[in-house]
Design a protein around this ligand. Structure first.
Ligand code: XIL
Length: 413
């Protein structure tokens, strides 16, 4: 892997656990226990990993040199086939090459018809907020729980919504039955089997996958996870290759947070993607989660997205929300509105931005409420499902775009 990335891998443990670049404490799900006692061991281990050098990022299978294979994505290549609601929802305003999505849980769609209508009227893509995470799909070894995820895929197909698969490899969603003391080959086989099984099951039904999620630390080096510790940096390339084998038509993304603007972490992501592409790993896109806070604007988002696009990958806003410190005020809602506008504009400015996805759309059910103490109101609809200024900003921004360029008729996707 590239010289800089390798250096950062070795530097990873010293910086791991730091607050995200936006200065807020990481959510509980991202905290790692007992780091102090294992730091020395990890440093030594990673020094070995780093010393393994350039070959390790694409270890195991020797890739063909040159750009990765995989078809360019077009809206017509999407597996979604169901009816498309017309009307004035966000999806009706989206250009043909852009999906507007939201993360969602099946139980919320089942529970509330108004929630369901708001969802289908506004979004032509869906991401499983939790149903496709490994821990939830396979709670016991070999004991799969496919129902919630199957139902979401069927829901998407029935409502003309492309399904975005989230996520195959994520350190916080590792099933509890996996034991890190197992030998490397066992762990590798488990990961390979997981990727192949899940992608294979939804072959032709899931248009894009977050193959790896949050693999970087705050300094832009590789995050210290079970996968890095057991398999070395090559696990990333391997996961992409396994996913590509299982569904050659799926768009394969690397997804990250804190990389929307020009941060050190974004630089690390850039180097990693460049290196993976250079050795032919089938990375087709980069997802920018965009969990923002109301009082910070990412630096040069458009320029940052562009530099990734210039590597030949698509980009996507994959998990946007804007959390507000309580109490909510008019000023904070205005700042929130500006941030939603800022991110959608950046996405619309970069021609290969394939989707703009929010991480939930209702303030009543957003993960922010339970994950960030004293924060809330992060979505574009309020807790009564009434549109907020941020929603109006998305509508306006999509309309501006329609005024400027020739796009197909509403409801085209
Ligand atoms: C979150 C879900 O929203 C929560 O319901 C769950 O408890 C934890 O995970 N980055 C990601 C998402 O990639 O998978 C996370 O989703 C939010 C942060």
């Amino acid at each position: 892997m590239a010289e800089n990335v390798r250096t950062d891998v070795a530097a990873g443990p010293a910086s791991a656990g730091a607050a995200p670049a936006d200065g807020t404490p990481p959510p509980a799900a991202r905290r790692r226990p007992g780091r102090g006692s294992v730091t020395l061991l990890v440093v030594l281990l990673l020094a070995v990993v780093a010393g393994a050098g350039a070959a390790t990022i694409h270890a195991r299978q020797s890739p063909a040199a040159g750009p990765p294979s995989g078809p360019p994505w077009t809206p017509t290549a999407s597996p979604s086939t169901g009816p498309t609601p017309t009307g004035t929802g966000l999806r009706s305003l989206a250009p043909a090459n852009l999906r507007i999505g939201s993360a969602v849980e099946m139980k919320l769609l089942d529970a509330d018809p108004r929630f369901r209508d708001t969802f289908t009227t506004n979004f032509n893509a869906l991401t499983a907020e939790n149903a496709m995470k490994w821990r939830n799909l396979e709670p016991t070894r070999g004991g799969y729980n496919w129902a919630p995820s199957d139902q979401l895929v069927e829901f998407g197909q029935a409502h003309g919504q492309a399904v975005y698969g989230h996520t195959l490899v994520w350190h916080t969603a590792v099933p509890s039955w996996i034991d890190e003391s197992w030998d490397t080959e066992t762990i590798r086989d488990l990961l390979r089997n997981h990727v192949s099984t899940v992608v294979g099951r939804y072959r032709g039904k899931v248009w894009a996958w977050d193959v790896v999620n949050e693999v970087l630390d705050e300094q832009g080096g590789l995050r210290d996870t079970i996968w890095l510790r057991k398999l070395g940096p090559g696990y990333i390339a391997d996961a992409f290759r396994w996913a590509h084998e299982a569904d050659p038509n799926a768009r394969l993304f690397i997804n990250e947070y804190g990389t929307e603007g020009r941060t050190r972490k974004a630089d690390g992501l850039f180097r990693l993607v460049r290196e993976l592409r250079a050795v032919g790993v089938p990375v087709h896109g980069v997802g920018f989660q965009s969990h923002l806070r109301w009082d910070r604007t990412p630096d040069d988002t458009t320029g940052n997205l562009r530099r990734f696009a210039d590597l030949g990958v698509s980009v996507a806003i994959t998990e946007m929300d804007v959390r507000i410190t309580l109490q909510v005020t008019t000023e904070k809602l205005q700042r929130q509105e500006r941030l939603y506008r800022h991110m959608l504009r950046a996405c619309l400015t970069v021609p290969t931005c394939e989707s703009f996805t929010v991480w939930g759309f209702s303030d009543a059910t957003s993960w922010i409420n339970t994950t960030y103490p004293d924060h809330g109101a992060a979505c574009v609809f309020d807790a009564d499902l009434e549109p907020k200024p941020a929603y109006d900003a998305l509508v306006e921004t999509l309309r501006e775009r329609r005024g400027r360029v020739d796009v197909p008729s509403p409801g085209s996707g």
